[in-house]
Design a binder for this molecule. Structure first.
Ligand SMILES: *Cc1c(COP(=O)(O)O)cnc(C)c1O
Length: 350
C-alpha cells in the first residue's frame, strides 16, 4: 500500500490479508454453507483463538454480529426490560444513547471529557449500564479503576461496554463487565462488516430470562445458534475467516498493547517537541489508541500530509474543524509511524 493510513476506522488492514483472501478463495471459504461442518469448525476455532489471544474468560460467550451499531440495538431490544442508563462525553456514546432511546427508555448522563466517568450516578435499578470505553470521536478513555468502581456501584445490574476502537489493541479485563462489543475495522486491522460481542454468564442468563424473540437478531436466537457454532443468518464468513487467520499469527494482546504503548510514547515526545496539544488535557482519561490533536487548520495539514502519502484522520462530529486524529492501531507498521513522526516534526518545526 502506497499510503500510510492513520484513519481511526475504517483503518489500515494487515498486509497479509491479500494472502488470506486468496487462500479463502482457493479453499472455497467464500462459498461455504453456514450450516456445514467446515463452517462450524471455523467458528469454533475462531472463538478459541480469540479467547486465547485476547484473554477472554473461559465462561464468557462469544457471538458475531454485523457491526458495533447492531450491538447497540441488540442490547436495547434484548437485554433491556425497563431502562438502560448511558454515560457519554462524545459522539459515539451519544449515538448509542440515541439509538437505544428509539427502542427503550434510555437515560443519558453526559460528563465532561476531562473527568472520570461519574460512577456515583450509576442507577442500579436500570437493566443495563452502558458506556464507551474508548470514545473514538474525542480520544478519551474510561480506565480500568473507573470500570471497577462502576461495576461495584452497578451491583447485579448488567454493565455493557463499547470497545470498538480498543478491542484487540488494549488489554481489557473482561471479568469487570458483562457485555463487551466492537467491530473489526479498527484495532483488528480487518475490512468492515463484522461485529463481535463478548458476554458474561450473567448476560447470557438475562438474555434467556427476558427471552426476547421478535427480531432476526434477537439475542436468544443468536445464542441458540452460537451454541451449535452457527449463526441465525448467513454471516460474514470471509470476515470470520480473516479474523481467524490474523489472530492466529498475532502475538497476543499483552504484546500488542506493549507495542502500542511504545508508539504512544514516541507520539507524545513529538507533540511535546512541536508544541502540538492533545484535545484531552487529563492524561488519565486520554485514549491510548486514538489521538485527537488540536489544530487550527486541519484541512491544510491533512492536504500536506496526503502529498507525503500520509492519510490523517479527520476530526469527528463537532471537533471536525478544530482537530485531526491519529489511529494508534496494531496493523500500522513501524515504518509508517516513523514516516508520520518525521512529517509532523517537519511541518510543525518552523
Ligand atoms: C466505529 C465505532 C462504532 C461504529 O462501528 P460500526 O461497526 O460502524 O457499527 C461504534 N462505537 C465506537 C466507539 C466506534 O469507534
Amino acid at each position: 500500500m502506497k499510503q500510510a493510513n492513520f484513519y481511526p476506522g475504517p483503518s489500515r488492514v494487515y498486509s497479509n490479508i491479500t494472502e488470506y483472501i486468496y487462500e479463502a478463495y482457493m479453499e472455497g471459504i467464500m462459498s461455504l454453507n453456514h450450516r456445514s461442518g467446515r463452517f462450524m469448525e471455523i467458528m469454533e476455532e475462531t472463538k478459541k483463538v480469540l479467547r486465547a489471544r485476547l484473554l477472554i474468560p473461559a465462561d464468557y460467550e462469544l457471538v458475531f454480529t454485523s457491526s458495533a451499531t447492531e450491538c447497540w440495538e441488540i442490547i436495547a431490544q434484548s437485554l433491556t426490560m425497563k431502562k438502560s442508563q448511558h454515560f457519554f462525553n462524545g459522539a459515539f456514546g451519544e449515538k448509542w444513547h440515541e439509538y437505544a432511546s428509539r427502542i427503550t427508555n434510555a437515560e443519558g448522563v453526559v460528563f465532561n471529557q476531562e473527568v472520570e466517568l461519574p460512577v456515583g450516578r450509576v442507577d442500579a435499578a436500570a437493566d443495563v449500564i452502558c458506556f464507551t470505553q474508548n470514545e473514538t470521536s474525542n480520544g478519551t478513555q474510561v480506565a480500568l479503576p473507573t470500570i471497577e468502581k462502576l461495576r461495584k456501584n452497578a451491583g447485579s445490574t448488567l454493565v455493557a461496554v463499547d470497545i470498538t476502537s480498543s478491542l484487540a489493541g488494549i488489554n481489557l479485563d473482561f471479568s469487570k463487565a458483562d457485555v463487551w462489543f466492537g467491530s473489526c475495522q479498527k484495532c483488528f486491522g480487518l475490512p468492515s462488516g463484522l461485529g463481535i460481542m463478548i458476554m458474561s454468564p450473567k448476560a447470557v442468563e438475562k438474555a434467556y430470562e427476558l427471552n426476547e424473540r421478535k427480531h432476526y437478531n434477537s439475542l436468544a436466537f443468536i445464542l441458540d445458534n452460537a451454541k451449535k457454532n452457527q449463526t441465525s443468518y448467513t454471516p460474514n464468513v470471509l470476515g470470520i475467516y480473516l479474523l481467524l487467520k490474523t489472530q492466529t499469527v498475532s502475538k497476543g494482546i499483552r504484546e500488542t498493547e506493549k507495542k502500542l504503548m511504545e508508539r504512544l510514547d514516541i507520539y507524545e515526545k513529538v507533540m511535546a517537541k512541536t508544541g502540538l496539544l492533545n484535545v484531552v488535557q487529563n492524561p488519565a482519561v486520554r485514549s491510548r489508541t486514538v489521538l485527537a490533536i488540536q489544530c487550527a487548520d486541519p484541512e491544510t495539514v491533512k492536504k500536506k500530509a496526503l502529498e507525503a502519502d500520509i492519510i490523517l484522520g479527520s476530526g469527528y462530529g463537532p471537533l471536525k474543524s478544530s482537530t485531526f486524529r491519529i489511529a494508534n492501531f496494531p496493523a500500522i507498521k513501524t515504518k509508517e509511524m516513523e514516516k508520520l513522526v518525521k512529517f509532523l516534526e517537519k511541518y510543525y518545526t518552523r
